[in-house]
Design a protein around this ligand. Sequence first.
Ligand code: FES
Ligand code: MG
Length: 590
Amino acid sequence: MTRTPARPFRSRDWFADPARSDMTALYLERFMNYGLTPEELRSGRPIIGIAQTGNDLSPCNRIHVDLARRTREGIRDAGGIPMEFPTVPIFENCRRPTAALDRNLSYMALVETLYGYPIDAVVLTTGCDKTTPAGIMAASTVDIPAIVLSGGPMLDGWHEGELVGSGTVIWRSRRKLAAGEITEDEFLDRACDSAPSAGHCNTMGTASTMNAVAEALGLSLTGCAAIPAPYRERGQMAYETGRRIVEMAYEDLRPSKILTRESFLNAIRLISVVGGSSNAQPHLMAMAQHAGVALSPSDWTEHGYDLPLILNMQPAGKYLGERFHRAGGVPAVLWELAQGGKLDIDCMTVTGRTIGDNIAGRETKDREMIRPFADPMQEQAGFLALTGNLFDFAIMKTSVISAEFRQRYLSRPGEEGVFEARAVVFDGSGDYHHRINDPALNIDEDCILVMRGAGPIGWPGSAEVVNMQPPDALIRRGVQWLPTLGDGRQSGTSDSPSILNASPESAAGGGLSWIRDGDTVRIDLNAGTCNALVSDEEIARRKAEGPPPIIPSHTPWEELYREKVGQLAEGAVLEMAVKYRRVSEVTPRH
Ligand code: FES
Ligand code: MG
């Protein structure tokens, strides 16, 4: 049976142009050495790209190198022609100066690939933190049918009978090391045990958060995000995803028909109730910008802050990815949101049905892992957007504020939720590591550690360095956390109560550029404000001195990135790129 696509396949323009048979011959010719036949390529079947993010430099996504075989089989069985191609490697932990530089680089490279080659629809393989937003941003700009296939998290990590989750184990063990409770060898053992298999981070860090977001946005098949990488369902999901993208190509079901303000608000609510990564803030904003959806930084407070924490997963809770999957994964969490009246159930998804249809009957049977919306682990556990004289916008993940921290800082009678602290300012993480244990700094419980020079322009790329731990001496006295504040980010696996992503950053002349050691910082979580108690005249005097210097660019991309990038509040996108939308509607010239 021949099917007629809802919109003519763009690959026809390459392979079946009746007016230019010489060009068609030229395009066809070299695909012959890949084993494809002219008949096949001219048959009118859709060409389905597989944007391959797995490679040896990207271990979190490496599973896709094998998984692509099942994806291809699905594509073939449904009548499509798969063509796999590489993307720019992104490995969160290893890329210096930060993988954040490469989200936009990978985005841009993928836009060019999808636009400039005869690709009718695409499978976006995702996993490690930024691979998900980079793929979705590019698919939005080009606007061809696209589906997200997560590689899935690693199996749960165990160390001496205790669950150890990726990333989180590092931050927790680092404190134990500083306190003299474990040796360096034990530190390494714990880290190794947290990574028992192929897959991305098994905590609700940025990777799990962003794959859950893709599913909540309607861009993955139902249940895709949480399946652990080595589980048999992962291969089956790859196959089904391959089959479904072919149908989507015929239906012309593009990102622009799925991504709406309502679907982005669903994503904010999901991130809030699972205790998701603070990095979701810039990534979600970036995806919204490229989708042309109006999302504002204050949407995090307005739509997410009042929501409860219902998922019991590290770093905000106890468990890891395997149990999350068995408890029902993202559909079970969305089901809870729907019961609480907090899910827009009419949003369209890649299944061709609404999100409400997809999650019907998906109630969890594991109430230790996914709590009822009405009986959560914690009330008011979402993200709080802050503003004041130090920045226009910064965000705080309240689900990881420990009882001990709340008690010490946020429970003063008559002043609940308000505290003042003395600033200790660091210019980059090198400066922090060099000086944090210097007794001359006189750091005590009443201090707030401030990190600057860590934003998109300053670092460059914006670094995960704001979750600074207290000096060793303080940790040995039992002080696990000090409040921190910075214009960089923190790891999504961190359990640190930090004020993050301050925008504008110090390097762009934001308030952190003039803060000084010893300034009093007043934080009022009820009012959503954070101010340095410094007079306007003094601020003006300090501003005249200009922001602290930043390191020079060392590569051409760093220079270009710094020139074009915006602030974290707005997603740190390449600002000139946002105006390009639905570019696949214009066929590129020969
Ligand atoms: Fe890649 Fe966590 S470092 S997923
Ligand atoms: Mg991370």
